[in-house]
Write a protein of this length. Sequence first.
Length: 349
Amino acid sequence: MLKSYGYAAYNSQTPLRTYHFERRAPGSSDVLIEILYCGVCHSDIHQARNEWKRTSYPVVPGHEIIGRVIEVGSAVSTFLAGEFVGVGCMVDACGSCPDCLDHQEQFCDSTVFTYNSFDPHTGKMTYGGYSNQIVVDQRFILRLSGKLDPAAAAPLLCAGITSYSPLRHWGIGKGHKVGVVGLGGLGHMAVKFAHAFGAHVVLFTRSADKEEDALRLGANEIVISTQPEQMQRHLDSFDFILDSIAAAHDLNQYLSLLKRDGTLCLIGIPDQPHPTPSVANLVFRRRSLAGSLMGGIRETQEMLDFCAEHDIVADIELIPIQAINTAYERMLKSDVKYRFVIDMSTLCA
């Protein structure tokens, strides 16, 4: 076993603090990675505070990992020591079910998530990227282009692929009018990708002071969602709306903006249910209400390659690990543009 250390939540009420634990020793198909940067996802807060009611403590969050390969197993042929690599939301899956065979490992019933997930290798829970190192099967490691800033690339491993995947799945491109709800970690990546795909992008936000940033990131228009007259101007006009808000809210106001056969896709996961939307809002325009998880490993690599080709990374604020509890509180106040990333060189044993 490998002696490791990081920051963990010991319960739902107290701040994260130092935690020492063991990781499995690398097997023949495993890669040992020194963690250099780790993005801070809203899911980390949900898990640390048990807002989804399934946290096993102590929990070491973090699934937006960029690191350097330290050691590879005897059967590893695709990665070499010294290479920069990424690890996202998953570290294993069965590999043989229809979802895995279709390169959609995120939907496998046996998916092992990067943290707070049962690890069949150890019989214990997985620990995430708020730590000094991680051991991952080579099948779940992403290659990182030298064109990308590694710190700003870390959020691509969750916020990036979670925004990219539904836009690709619904075939968004030139000629489409696309809405993005919320300009947080997920939303700012959705604006960048929808713009890069050639769509006409409209940002929905409650904050008028986000207009300048939205336009800089690639939005063509901004709509203040609390202003009924602004919302009315866009009735029945959207092909697709991507809703990134991780809090319960009224979905009807966005469903009514869709064209016939338009889709409202949810990617934010709130800790409380959304109010039930109107069935009539769906039926009379044959609209769809859908959801999307992150993408599979093949699609995540595709996304990283697309980002390298188009110079797309997250807008980040780099923080020391000692500031993680303050970062959580700031995230809840939307006081970050637009993703915190932990510089793991600040982690002390």
